[in-house]
Design a binder for this molecule. Structure first.
Ligand code: PLI
Length: 456
């Protein structure tokens, strides 16, 4: 089925409404042309992020009532631990309040000052914690991932030759670890093939380098492997997820995505020594090792969400709904990052707004214009998200200058996707009217979240 119907029926609804265009112009101005600073009630269809925006199932809501809120040794923790052990295959798990809590701990225990972390494209919070702990991030994703127009499967793969070259140039002892993201968010939600994961693991093991996965969208990645990689069509999503993590020494997880919950995350490691150090740090930053910043009820909902996420009907609909929106835009000639990834459609702002150079922040401006034109909230993923080089202070200038239309899980229907596509197509027809922006307030860390802008 090209676009399967929703594999759920709706039991509870949240009413949405749209304020008029004049009000939207006012609201985005008040928000400093940063969609992160808009209020949710002023947004019609919210595609800012798929993070924490999931609709939980009736079973998850029911589970909230069996939260064991003991300060230590909650039974929900044991349920979550057993579920993660079974589904992911790791030896130890440390819960955290969300993904970046796990990144903070992993970066502290696995990086020595002056080392390198190699990864398949950066992610904002992940690289921030790596740099904060003295590492330099080096990108080893295949070159094609930086080109929006190249349409090939598994565009998130690591360039194995580049990996080997960096190891021999820098020396294995100077590499803290390899950080492998499945899928690669900023490349457009691009998946990584099992063959590539196997190859990375083989090279890493030969050199004694650890591999930690960013597991945030690992179920979406598994769907792509089943759909597109030879030899996997008859495997279950669960079997693919388990094989995925057999090539890793641990992972960080933002539970707010593929675990189908609104808050939470965790760190997994196999190594006993690293686990002991992680346990020492989790009490400093998060809470007891048996809750790590999550309520018992949230751990219970996460354990159930994880099991729901590996159901084929769920994940097939999830990925294909995103593809439906992408296909509509492609058919109308709107430039998007190809192929369509697992969690979002990324508009290619370089081609959408060819009249704006990157220093005029085309993606930031396009996101603001989308809000005004359609009431839809999207997110910049380009030079603003890229931030500045930690050493030189110069702007990173990523080749991908994009606006992300991120689809929350189990929240919107195909009819919503139609409304989004029609609005963006309309805006594309008047794209010359989109003007450049400049910073009027630039935070030092992770600037995209709270920066403010004005028109040039
Ligand atoms: O937002 P957190 O702290 O739960 O997770 C951080 C994080 C880590 N890795 C990846 C690949 C992410 O996408 C991620 C968070 N992503 C957000 C918030 C997003 O809107 O994409």
């Amino acid at each position: 089925m090209q676009y399967p119907a929703e594999p759920f029926r709706i039991k509870s609804v949240e009413v949405v409404s749209m304020i008029d265009r004049a009000q939207r112009i006012e609201k985005i101005k008040e928000a400093g042309y940063n969609t992160f600073l808009l209020n949710s009630e002023d947004v019609y269809i919210d595609l800012l992020t798929d993070s924490g925006t999931t609709a939980m199932s009736d079973r998850q809501w029911a589970a909230m009532m069996i939260g064991d809120e003991a300060y230590a040794g909650s039974k929900n923790f044991h349920h979550l631990k057993a579920t993660v052990e079974e589904l992911f295959g790791f030896k130890h798990i440390i819960p955290t309040h969300q993904g970046r809590g796990a990144e903070n701990i992993l970066s502290q225990i696995a990086i020595k000052d002056g080392q390198f972390v190699l990864g398949n494209m950066y992610f904002t919070t992940t690289r921030y914690h790596q740099e904060r702990n003295g590492a330099t991030f080096l990108d080893i994703i295949r070159q094609e991932a930086h080109d929006a127009a190249i349409d090939i499967p598994f565009k998130g793969d690591v360039d194995i030759d580049k990996l080997k070259a960096i190891i021999s140039e820098k020396g294995a002892e100077n590499i803290a670890y390899i950080c492998l993201a499945v899928t690669v968010n900023l490349a457009g939600g691009q998946p990584v093939s099992m063959a590539n994961m196997r190859a990375v693991s083989q090279v890493a093991r030969e050199h004694g380098i650890k591999v930690f996965y960013d597991a945030t969208r690992c179920v979406e990645n598994a769907f792509y492997i089943k759909e597109q990689e030879a030899g996997y069509a008859d495997k279950t999503i669960q079997e693919i997820v388990l094989e995925t993590f057999s090539y890793a020494d641990g992972c960080t997880m933002s539970g707010k995505k593929d675990c189908l919950v609104n808050i939470g995350g965790f760190l997994c490691v196999n190594d006993d020594e690293l686990f002991a150090r992680a346990k020492e740090l989790v009490v400093v930053y998060e809470g007891m090792p048996s809750y790590g910043g999550m309520a018992g009820r949230d751990m219970e909902a996460m354990a159930i969400g994880l099991r729901e996420s590996i159901q084929y009907e769920y994940i097939e609909h999830r990925v294909k709904q995103v593809r439906y929106l992408g296909d509509k835009l492609i058919a109308a000639g709107v430039p998007v990052v190809l192929p369509i990834g697992g969690h979002a459609v990324f508009l290619d702002a370089r081609r959408f707004c060819p009249h704006l150079p990157q220093e005029h922040l085309p993606a930031q401006s396009l996101a603001a214009s989308i809000y005004v034109e359609t009431g839809v909230r999207a997110m910049e993923r380009g030079i603003v998200s890229g931030g500045r080089d930690a050493v030189t202070g110069k702007n990173h200038s990523p080749k991908l200058e994009t606006v992300r239309l991120t689809i929350p899980r189990r929240v919107y229907t195909y009819a919503h996707m139609d409304v989004v596509a029609d609005g963006i197509i309309r805006l594309y027809q008047q794209r010359e009217d989109i003007k450049g922006l400049k910073f009027v307030y630039e935070p030092k860390q992770l600037r995209f979240f709270t920066a403010r802008f004005d028109y040039l």
